[in-house]
Design a protein around this ligand. Structure first.
Ligand code: NAD
Length: 359
């Protein structure tokens, strides 16, 4: 039976990078006989312009019916002045919560060809390949009660609630262990259990889940140490699993290890492995329309989609090998361009990946 992919290009550079990613997807669809059906939809600013809302009913219905969603990026100055609840980002958040995408996967991979782009020494980061698994729908970002109140003495006080239930921890734990089985068989769970009770429970539940995966080694690390280790010796990690807030911060730090945001894909999965795949970067309004955006993060998001939702690991590996091949050829978009390499446009980079796939 054919599988449905909802394609949401989004705003500013979104359509430019998506055109290349779709060409790559169509190439592997034919070459590996994947029987994928692509449908186009509107989200974010593009949806506001067409329908007045960032997440139209039609897009939501298509998303629910799809096996996977491929997203470019949404938002930008054009919609900065619309009401808060109608902002483009609301469309994205609405989609994540409607589909219960609780597991955020952020690989930080540094292709050896790009080691010089990192702010760390090449020997520390060259060949880096870690996967950060962040809980995305719970923790302090969603905990109630929350707000800003005025105390009896007239002073204002801000407050949030850091809460995780056992089932939420168990769910993200299983995802991390299952992913570790497809990689280096090591999970490092990051918490702050020396200070926060919620993460004492987090650690206990991770231990329990870990017993079901005797072939995967589990270790624990306090978040402050994890931040330090990420910049000291990042290659020690395989899979890092953590809560929403710690994951937010650590995944951005890990992203910078790789030098360019234009290279980083991501996935957000539900409990059945259905998911939304998108580059880590935003809609880059400053470079939109110039044909200079790096399409590789979106192309690598296609590879993640094939591996994690569509059970097509050969097709995923073929895309990753094609990306590595074009980097070997010295082709670079402006964000990763340096001495001795060839500057190419968004379109040329996409075409080079397709050519490498067909070679
Ligand atoms: P951004 O990621 O769009 O851009 C940050 C910098 O990185 C810019 O200089 C940009 O030119 C560069 N950059 C980003 N992607 C690139 C690529 N593929 N190739 C080359 N260079 C690239 O972040 P921002 O400027 O803070 O946000 C712009 C808009 O995107 C905002 O409206 C923001 O809300 C939105 N945004 C959307 C998402 C999403 O859709 N998931 C994520 C982050 C930001």
């Amino acid at each position: 039976m054919s599988k449905k992919i909802l394609v949401l290009p989004g705003d500013y550079i979104g359509p430019e990078i998506m055109t290349e990613a779709v060409t790559v997807l169509e190439t592997v669809n034919r070459r590996f006989a994947l029987d994928l059906e692509l449908e186009l939809g509107l989200l974010g600013g593009a949806a506001i312009d067409a329908h007045g809302v960032p997440l139209p009913e039609e897009t939501l219905a298509s998303a629910r019916a799809a096996d996977a969603i491929l997203l470019g990026a949404v938002g930008g100055p054009k919609w900065d002045n619309v009401e808060r609840h109608l902002r483009p980002e609301r469309g994205l958040l609405g989609l994540r919560s409607a589909l219960e995408l609780f597991g955020n996967l952020r690989p930080a991979i540094l292709y050896p060809q790009l080691a010089a782009a990192s702010s760390l020494k090449p020997e520390i980061v060259s060949g880096l390949d870690i996967l950060i698994v962040r809980e995305l729908t719970g923790g302090i970002y969603f905990g109630e009660p929350r707000g800003i109140r005025t105390l009896d003495n007239g002073e204002r006080q801000g407050f949030n609630t850091y809460v995780y239930s056992e089932s939420e921890i168990r769910r993200i734990g299983h995802l991390a262990f299952q992913l570790a089985r497809q990689r280096g068989h090591r999970v490092c769970s990051v918490d702050k259990s020396n200070v926060l009770e919620v993460t004492v429970l987090w650690r206990e539940v991770m231990e329990e889940v870990g017993k079901e995966y005797p072939d995967v080694a589990l270790s624990h690390m306090y978040v402050d140490n994890a931040a330090m280790q990420l910049v000291r010796a990042p290659k020690q990690f395989d899979v890092l699993v953590t809560g929403n807030m710690f994951g937010d911060i650590l995944s951005d730090a890990a992203a910078m290890l790789t030098g360019s945001i234009g290279m980083l894909p991501s996935a957000s999965l539900d409990k059945n492995g259905r998911g939304m795949y998108e580059p880590c970067h935003g809609s880059a309004p400053d470079i939109a329309g110039q044909g200079v955006a790096n399409p590789l993060a979106t192309i690598l998001s296609v590879a993640m989609m094939l591996r994690y939702t569509l059970a097509a690991p050969e097709a995923a590996a073929a895309i990753e090998a094609a990306v590595s091949a074009v980097l070997d050829q010295g082709l670079r978009t402006a964000d990763i361009h340096g001495d001795g390499t060839t500057l190419v446009s968004t379109r040329e980079m996409g075409a080079a990946v397709v050519a490498a796939l067909q070679a």
